[in-house]
Design a protein around this ligand. Structure first.
Ligand code: SAM
Length: 215
């Protein structure tokens, strides 16, 4: 925590939004590759289109990919800058996506509404609390899928991120999600695997993948 800040402020939605906006604004060009995440593509490409919720959608590549394949997509990100870039990219691609700028753990999405809850490298603070995260998991409809993907970080990466003010231990990870899944979810996959189709030059080449189906 920075000097003079209270825990509530440090992890409040306004501070998180402003920190992410700053990160996005540091680049005039897009921060991410503009291509959908490889794991999402490989897991979802063969599914019949339904409703998807993309949490922490960033600049929108996953949501746009889904929408162009016939999915009805709601995509949320806390950063105004990211959502405005996503909206523009969606417009250019002719993809109809419901873009939401807001805190995913405070936004009341309907329970049981989504066939796929996609969380690709999300960065949700643990300070949001377990109930808030459970609320997100509860948006998966019976028969639907949670697909959560995280970077598998070695100690060097962790230290590097900490030196940049971003301690991965402060954020909800795959283990946390797995712990919070109710008895009505079956974990189908919880593994570390090579990242599928990583962007060039990324140091993040292994993923923690959590795929769970709601009964
Ligand atoms: C590492 S980026 C991943 C972006 C995108 N999913 C991708 O794979 O390119 C994490 C994203 O989560 C967003 N984010 C962080 N906290 C959030 C929250 N509480 N609610 C919604 N989005 C959040 C950030 O603004 C950022 O765009």
């Amino acid at each position: 925590m920075r000097e003079g800040e209270h825990a509530g402020q440090r992890w409040g939605a306004a501070t998180q939004a402003s920190e992410w906006d700053t990160r996005y604004r540091e680049r005039d060009e897009a921060m991410w590759s503009g291509r959908p995440n490889g794991r999402l593509v490989s897991e979802v490409a063969d599914l019949p289109p339904g409703r998807a919720l993309d949490v922490g959608c960033g600049e929108g590549a996953d949501a746009i990919w889904l929408a162009r394949r016939g999915w009805k997509v709601t995509a949320i990100d806390i950063s105004e800058v990211a959502v405005s870039r996503a909206r523009e990219a969606g417009g250019r691609a002719g993809a109809a996506v419901e873009w939401v700028c807001g805190d995913a753990v405070q936004t009341p999405f309907p329970a049981g509404a989504f066939d796929v809850l996609s969380m690709q490298y999300p960065a949700l603070p643990k300070a949001a609390g377990d109930d808030a995260v459970r609320g997100l998991l509860d948006t998966v409809r019976p028969g639907g899928l949670l697909l959560a993907v995280y970077h598998d970080l070695d100690d060097e990466h962790r230290e590097h991120m900490k030196s940049e003010g971003f301690d991965p231990a402060d954020y909800v990870g795959a283990d946390d999600l797995a712990r919070l899944l109710g008895d009505d979810f079956t974990v189908e996959l919880h593994v570390v695997e090579p990242r599928i189709d990583p962007p060039p030059d990324t140091p993040h080449v292994a993923d923690i993948v959590l795929r769970a189906r709601r009964r």
